[in-house]
Design a protein around this ligand. Structure first.
Ligand code: FAD
Length: 480
């Protein structure tokens, strides 16, 4: 088959959340053209293989690409996310990215999309890719840069075998199969610490499974962001209140341990079991009602990682626990995003998409796209886009917050970036200069706060006073 030769300004490898947000911002702010390549059949990256009950852990109102709204920007009126901006399901996210590609990017006439194509850098800096269906081979001449939109290489349970052995007569499914199980097992054994395991536990509880019929194997205790404070639009006051509480905690802290106590006491960071020292922080969020539900699961195994699941026992790093023959083990133990080392965001002929603000993949990719479109000096672009490696342990919150805030300070000094930040829907903090009127959000309280009284607050479940700092100061609460 003859080689097809193409040329372009940018070759974006990866049409997941990062590649899509980068390209959308780049073509919006320039006249440049782009070729987008992905080995998957549809844009949206790993969301195409997500488990059926997954939702974003952040509001949909600031996920996706800048040029198209995801969801209705509504505030949930009931359910575990009540009072907060709606999240989006995997099905919504996938159809959204399909729409972005078909109705936003391709119609610009400057974006060409090649699904089902594998890219592999060629010798001497060439850029070949091959169709996985037709075998057709392409060679691309890249005038400006190759964009690596897969640097974080997320891995999800659907495409990653469990990192433990499973005996042939034991039952174990990956989380994406959980919704198709036909019989109900005696016990669900959820294996994993992160957001996926949390989702699996919540989904089971919401489906009526008794907390006593769930065992949660949680090698590390996870520190979580409080979704109450990760809001935008009509609730942007919550976001700024959270930031000021964090800064107050940092200013008053006498040690790192004291800082984390203060962050938890002010409900900025949460954990399911406050008796156990947290060992993990990934930037995932939880609502107060979800946290309260998770705390109903009491059978928590903390003996390190699972090594082997057998019919009648589970072998872990630090011991063994008995298992039942009718237990269903649920694999939620994929790595998620790779803890990749920071590399310069911009190098000659190459852009490597990485986080800047913690946990906001689309926002970060979009601002890199805008800066690439509007600046040419490599050093200046790198100054404005400091890579912020993904967090893994609680201490990483400090570094991640510092890098993100420093970047914000630099952006505020550049009028065009400040204007872009004010205009893009991906920036949760927009509205500071011009507070949004209703952007389609159903009317909600301007500020929704938890009072911190676990017994009386409808949004409670957060405060339990477990760290011995005494009662928290009373605050205005929407529940009053
Ligand atoms: C359960 C869950 C919930 C999450 N919730 C949020 C959230 O609320 N907010 C948030 O910001 N993030 C969230 N995340 C993080 C999420 O991973 C990112 O938002 C985002 O989807 C990652 O996108 P990506 O583009 O970096 O990677 P991917 O989605 O993996 O996209 C990369 C693409 O590159 C393609 N590719 C790779 N190599 C090649 C090659 N050589 N040739 C061709 N194609 C290639 C792959 O096929 C893939 O489609 C969540 C993650 C999970 C697992």
């Amino acid at each position: 088959m003859p080689l097809r030769e193409l040329d372009t300004d940018y070759l974006v490898v990866g049409c997941g959340a990062a590649g899509m947000a980068f390209t959308d911002a780049l073509v919006d702010a320039s006249k440049l053209d782009v070729i987008m390549v992905d080995r998957r059949h549809a844009p949206g990256g790993h969301w195409n293989e997500a488990y059926p009950f997954v939702k974003l852990h952040q509001p949909a109102a600031f996920y996706g690409v800048s040029s198209l709204r995801l969801g209705d920007d509504a505030i949930d009126r009931h359910g575990p996310n009540e009072g907060l901006y709606e999240q989006a399901s995997a099905a919504q996210i996938c159809s959204y990215y399909d729409l972005v590609m078909r109705e936003r990017l391709v119609p610009t006439g400057r974006v060409r999309y090649f699904p089902m194509c594998d890219y592999a850098a060629g010798p001497d800096g060439t850029h070949p890719f091959v169709s996985r269906v037709s075998g057709e081979a392409y060679a691309v001449t890249v005038r400006k840069a190759l964009v690596d939109a897969n640097y974080l290489q997320p891995s999800v349970p659907a495409s990653t075998p469990p990192p433990f052995e499973v005996a042939p007569d034991a039952r174990c499914v990956s989380v994406d199969k959980l919704a198709s199980i036909e019989d109900h097992p005696d016990r669900h054994v959820v294996v994993g610490t992160g957001k996926t395991a949390i989702d699996a536990c919540l989904w089971l509880l919401q489906g009526g499974v008794s907390p006593d019929a769930i065992r949660w194997i949680r090698p590390r205790e996870l520190l979580l962001n409080n979704r109450l404070y990760m809001q935008c639009g009509n609730l942007v006051g919550n976001l700024f209140e959270g930031i000021s509480l964090q800064m107050e905690a940092a200013a008053k802290a006498t040690s790192l341990a004291d800082l984390f106590d203060r962050l938890e006491d002010s409900d900025q960071l949460l954990r399911v079991d406050e008796r156990v020292a947290p060992g993990m922080y990934k930037g995932a969020t939880v609502s107060a009602s979800e946290l309260a539900a998770l705390r109903r699961i009491e059978d928590v195994v903390r003996l390190g990682h699972v090594r082997r699941v057998e019919r009648d026992r589970i072998v872990l790093e630090q011991g063994t626990v008995p298992a039942g023959a009718h237990d269903l083990h649920v694999h939620c133990a994929a790595r998620g995003l790779r803890l990749a080392p920071a590399v310069p965001m911009f190098a000659p002929g190459r852009v490597t998409l990485q986080p800047i603000r913690i946990g906001l993949i689309p926002f970060n990719a979009a601002i890199v796209g805008f800066i690439e479109a509007t600046r040419s000096d490599l050093a200046d672009k790198n100054r404005l886009c400091p890579p912020n490696p993904l967090p893994d342990v609680p201490l990483d919150w400090v570094r991640g917050t510092l890098i993100g805030m420093n970047a914000d300070r630099m952006w505020a000094k550049e009028p065009d970036i400040a204007a872009w930040l004010e205009g893009t829907r991906l920036n949760a903090a927009r509205g500071l200069r011009h507070p949004p009127r209703s952007r389609g959000a159903s009317a909600g309280p301007a500020r929704v706060r938890a009072c911190g009284e676990a017994a009386s607050c409808r949004r409670a479940g957060i405060a339990s006073g477990g760290r011995g700092r005494g009662p928290r100061p009373a605050r205005a609460c929407a529940c009053a």
